[in-house]
Write a protein that binds this ligand. Structure first.
Ligand code: ADP
Ligand code: MG
Length: 286
């Protein structure tokens, strides 16, 4: 017989892990980069999400759209620089493009799930916004800004859709102070939703192995103290900043485990949930 990594003990561990999630909520954030770079990503994600739902796990998918938005803005000749922390102030002109791109990505995510027979509730199709957003404070002078950070989440409305047996597909748009459509970073959005729903897990799936140290080596377990130090000294920069900051916030808010994982690794979503070793970077209390 050929040797395998499996043992009865290992299989029992996976089954216990899965059983412990029944009735609980997992929030998965999928990066715009992952969708953009890998045509196999959405079908593979859908296969894993369908499996989890069939085991009575409640699933919320949040997506961004960074590279798709960058491309569409360039084509439209609209400037929309990102801040040093990877978050994007959004002008009214850029917002028109952002909304179109977000709706298109939501449809692509929902289609991948529907192809597998999943029931999906999509905020974009329902034309609903589920969060309040507080505008960024320090934006350059004269820049009219329609972006900020999530404050309040309509958690009861999201729960009602999960209760109906739907998988939720949410873009990262919300309501500004005057009820205008406001943009947020999808990592920030996913964190706010995970906290409001009391999710057991927040998974931030991206296009890189996880958080890398100054020597570009994967950090498997990251404590809040080290995470803050790596942001302060610039080792963690750009789009990784909102992920790590969101993870820290969710940890403080009581979410059990936050992982930053490579969405391109086959079965990484399931593997992360079912095995103790996991993939990517786990943010955990010291
Ligand atoms: P997503 O679309 O998944 O949100 P982002 O481009 O916003 O992806 O953020 C992920 C990027 O952050 C990585 O591809 C990498 O270029 C950058 N990054 C900056 N610092 C680090 C770090 N220390 N470890 C890993 N990635 C980092
Ligand atoms: Mg990002």
């Amino acid at each position: 017989m050929t040797k395998s990594d499996l043992s009865l003990e290992r299989i029992a561990e996976m089954m216990d892990e899965l059983a412990a999630y029944a009735g609980q909520t997992i929030v998965i954030k999928i990066g715009g980069n992952s969708i953009d770079e890998d045509p196999d990503f959405l079908p593979s994600m859908a296969e894993q999400v369908e499996f989890l739902q069939s085991r009575r796990i409640r699933l919320v998918l949040v997506h961004g759209g960074g590279p798709q938005i960058d491309r569409a803005l360039t084509e439209a000749g609209i400037q929309s620089p990102k801040r040093a922390d990877g978050r994007r102030p959004t002008t009214a002109a850029a917002m028109v493009v952002v909304e179109q791109v977000m709706h298109a990505i939501s449809r692509a995510v929902a289609n991948a799930l529907e192809k597998r027979g999943c029931r999906v509730y999509t905020a974009a199709s329902a034309n609903r916004l589920f969060i309040d957003v507080k505008p960024f404070a320090n934006v350059p002078d004269g820049l009219e800004n329609l972006a900020g950070r999530p404050t309040q989440v309509d958690a009861d409305d999201l729960r009602a859709e999960l209760d109906r047996g739907n998988i939720l597909v949410l873009h990262c748009l919300g309501r500004g102070p005057e009820q205008q459509v406001f943009n947020t970073n999808a990592d920030d959005y996913a964190m706010a939703v995970a906290m409001a729903l009391g999710a057991r897990r927040l998974m931030l799936a991206t296009n890189i192995k996880g958080v890398l140290d100054a020597n570009k080596m994967l950090i498997e377990r990251l404590s809040p103290t080290t995470a803050r130090a790596l942001i302060a000294n610039g080792t963690i920069s750009g789009g990784m900043i909102p992920k790590v900051e969101s993870a820290l916030c969710a940890l403080e808010g009581g979410v059990d485990g936050i992982v930053i994982i490579d969405a391109h690794i086959k079965w990484s979503l399931l593997g992360e949930i079912l095995t103790h070793k996991g993939f990517g970077t786990l943010l955990a209390r010291e």
